[in-house]
Design a protein around this ligand. Structure first.
Ligand code: AMP
Ligand code: ZN
Length: 113
């Protein structure tokens, strides 16, 4: 998607504060952090939202969860984090390229607002 900001991050057109990268995913610090640690993990391939996950692309989602766990372990918060996905405008999705928020470093309330 040529006008997708996260596709541009994935292909290096827009620089980010990168945490992790491999062939299929990239993780970087959120530019407007909602917690002391707030990292986004995205597939490099464009998937618009969680409702677009299907049998042909779900392997990357499993891989994203491995990467989330790896980042949490490497940063010492493996038992103290929240993963969030917002799907659709009413749920708070503002960037229409699948991403998972990995947040840690503070208390989180439940249910989330
Ligand atoms: P959401 O509201 O769930 O779609 O999350 C989108 C997130 O992307 C927000 O937390 C933004 O702060 C973040 N964001 C948008 N553009 C960038 C960027 N260029 N670099 C880092 N984070 C970004
Ligand atoms: Zn995209």
């Amino acid at each position: 998607m040529s006008d997708c900001i996260f596709c541009k991050i994935a292909n290096g057109e827009i620089p980010t504060n990168k945490v992790y990268e491999d062939d299929t995913v990239i993780a970087f610090h959120d530019m407007d952090p909602q917690a002391p640690t707030h990292i986004l993990v995205i597939p490099k391939a464009h998937i618009a939202s969680a409702s677009e996950i299907n049998a042909s692309n779900s392997a990357v989602v499993a891989h994203i969860f491995e990467v989330l766990a790896k980042i949490a372990k490497e940063n010492g918060f493996e038992n103290d984090f929240r993963v969030v996905n917002n799907c659709g405008a009413r749920a708070g999705q503002t960037v229409h390229h699948l991403h998972f928020h990995l947040m840690s470093g503070r208390e989180f309330t439940w249910p989330a607002g």
